[in-house]
Design a protein. Structure first.
Length: 282
């Protein structure tokens, strides 16, 4: 009986020690709540997030969010709304240093900030530099305003449909940024809502045996309100694009889609036109 009592006492003591160790381990687990960064994005423009380390993982809370790493770099994430007025969703990014970035995404026609750099000290910077360029957003804005007043240097690239006419009347370059000036005329009595205006490089001819390949070019900056062109008016837009040339048997396509309508327009720009771009006298 005495031996049984000793065994029971030993079991009791060990149990107390285990409970104490568990309690100590539990108290050592510190919980940190990561507050998400509120970020408005739009259907009409691209938002650029620049991280201090390479992007390793991107998770979208909804397919209504378009996300891609910028071509040629591994620390820049480009975001765009794939649908106007999408419901609030989230985005999670993990970088090579193991840090997690959490975002709450809301839709906005005119987001106030398009380019954000996250430093290693978790600070944000409202003005940043774009990959492969040495030009800031402020400078692009100033140069785009200069482009508006430049003399026309492009002719014959246009399309029209039911009172709507689109044309390119200027191509200019400074450093590594190409500025494309586009005029949109609404000669109808119906407002023209812009659903999207895309730039992409595609194949000249589509073979029945091969799929068409497209490479979208996201504007770095847009000058002008790309929401609507009211009846009997015209607007001039300037799109700042990363410098590029077009490979053989391909062309630059500019596609304009009407919101809730069918007056869609398309422009075709050859490499011959691109290489004749005028240097901006800024």
């Amino acid at each position: 009986m005495k031996e049984i009592s000793i065994v029971m006492m030993a079991v009791f003591i060990i149990s107390l020690l285990n409970v104490r160790v568990f309690a100590q381990n539990k108290s050592e687990l510190n919980t940190t709540i990561i507050e998400p960064y509120r970020l408005p994005i739009t259907f009409y423009k691209t938002t650029n997030l620049i991280f201090p380390y390479a992007i390793k993982s991107v998770d979208r809370g909804s397919k209504d969010i378009l996300a891609q790493k910028a071509k040629g770099v591994d620390n820049v994430l480009q975001l765009k709304a794939g649908k106007q007025g999408f419901e609030q969703t989230n985005l999670t990014v993990i970088t090579a240093d193991g840090k997690l970035y959490s975002y709450l995404l809301d839709y906005s026609d005119t987001p106030g900030v398009l380019n954000i750099r996250f430093t290693s000290k978790a600070e944000t910077k409202r003005e940043t530099f774009f990959p492969n360029t040495i030009i800031s957003e402020t400078q692009m804005q100033a140069e785009a305003e200069t482009v508006i007043n430049e003399t026309r240097n492009i002719h014959g690239i246009k399309d029209k449909s039911y009172g709507i006419k689109i044309l390119i009347d200027g191509l200019f370059i400074n450093d590594d940024v190409l500025y494309c000036r586009i005029m949109l005329q609404n000669n109808s009595n119906i407002n023209y809502g812009i659903e999207q205006l895309r730039f992409y490089i595609r194949d000249q001819k589509k073979s029945k045996l091969t799929a068409t390949q497209e490479l979208e070019i996201n504007p770095l900056y847009v000058n002008g309100d790309t929401a609507v062109v009211t009846a009997q008016t015209e607007k001039v837009f300037v799109f700042a694009l990363p410098k590029f040339t077009i490979p053989d048997k391909k062309y630059l396509a500019i596609e304009l889609m009407e919101k809730s309508g069918g007056r869609h327009l398309k422009l075709k720009v050859s490499n011959r036109t691109i290489i004749k771009v005028k240097t901006l006298s800024y």
